[in-house]
Design a protein around this ligand. Structure first.
Ligand SMILES: [Fe+2]
Length: 332
């Protein structure tokens, strides 16, 4: 409970009546490529209310703690990134490459050192407490025009138990495995139990819905996936939208069942997009797969709560967009 309290930061835009609230997000970038500067400048120009890093924001050399520290510092020092920080509230959660090791989990030996670096990079207010408790999970609330937007960032690295067959991560379901860990689950339940938000954004490195590919995903931990959906149903969480990265392409997935509707917007490949896995099956996919370097924006109309997801290239040009019917998402 203590950690729940200290991890909540409330941002209230009480002055001025904005018509929309925009959350931009992306993942998988190599900060020393020219495309990194271009896309960071495009996001700064779009000027969202919030930008969320969804992991793999730098690519540390596997297991090399000093290299990871240096790369976090290099990204933070870039003028294109400094400009984004000045213009926009920036939040972050990590995935494997900025955690420190490819497909990393709870047994990564440098994970506490990585958490110290991440806490500094992400400007987490209570970084010391976060390092002490373990895990990079965080919760924020934004209020604009009486609309409350909850943002919960989930750590799928620090507590994750090994895959069955570690070398083929993601191919074998581990029904006994741990993804979030007891401590993070208790924290998450407290966040949800007390939430009065109109829209609930969840951010995490790996995809929540897409379940047919051979890479890392929540579906490899079916009990954890079910537990998350059960919590959304138990507390009747309004308008849950998952944001994910990791995959080197971007896509929209939607789960529609009689008692829950959940969107999973994958925005992956700010500089590292690839196209060879774009034809993989995804029973939840709506629309096309974006296979070029991109970031995504979720724009909520604060009067109607109508919301649009759009994917943008490194110059900020819109590649594709889709209106989400948020009234349906999370309703009975
Ligand atoms: Fe990743």
């Amino acid at each position: 409970m203590k950690y729940l309290f200290i991890s909540i930061f409330l941002f209230s835009y009480l002055n001025g009546q904005e018509k929309t609230f925009t959350i931009s997000f992306g993942s998988c970038q190599k900060h020393n490529k020219p495309e990194s500067d271009q896309i960071l400048e495009a996001i700064t120009t779009e000027n969202p209310n919030v930008f969320i890093w969804l992991g793999d924001v730098v690519y540390g050399k596997d297991g090399d703690a000093d290299d990871l520290t240096a790369k976090y510092n290099q990204l933070k020092a870039k003028s294109s990134y400094q400009k984004l920080l000045q213009e926009t509230k920036v939040l972050a959660i990590w995935d494997d490459h900025d955690y420190g090791i490819n497909n990393g989990g709870s047994n990564y030996k440098n994970k506490t050192k990585s958490l110290i670096d991440f806490g500094a990079f992400a400007n987490i207010n209570n970084a010391e407490e976060v390092v002490g408790r373990g895990g990079a999970y965080q919760h924020y609330e934004f209020i604009q025009n009486d609309v409350k937007i909850s943002i919960t960032l989930l750590d799928n690295r620090f507590f994750r138990t090994p895959y069955l067959g570690e070398k083929i991560a993601g191919q074998i379901s581990n029904t006994q495995g741990v993804l979030l860990g007891d401590q993070q689950w208790r924290w998450l339940e407290n966040v949800l139990k007390n939430s009065t938000a109109n829209i609930h954004i969840f951010g995490g490195g790996i995809q929540f819905l897409s379940n047919k590919h051979r890479f890392e995903k929540w579906a490899n931990y079916p009990q954890e996936r079910m537990r998350f959906l059960s919590l959304l149903k138990k507390y009747q969480i309004k308008t849950p939208i998952f944001l994910s990265g990791d995959r080197h392409h971007s896509e929209l997935s939607i789960l529609k069942e009689k008692d829950i509707v959940l969107a999973d917007i994958t925005s992956s490949g700010m500089t590292e997009a690839i196209s060879w896995n774009s034809k993989e099956p995804n029973p939840y996919r709506i629309g096309e797969v974006v296979t070029q370097n991109s970031y995504a924006s979720l724009t909520v109309d604060l009067n109607t709560l109508k919301s649009t997801v759009s994917f943008h290239d490194i110059r900020g040009e819109k590649i594709t967009s889709k209106e989400l019917e948020l009234a349906m998402i999370g309703s009975d």
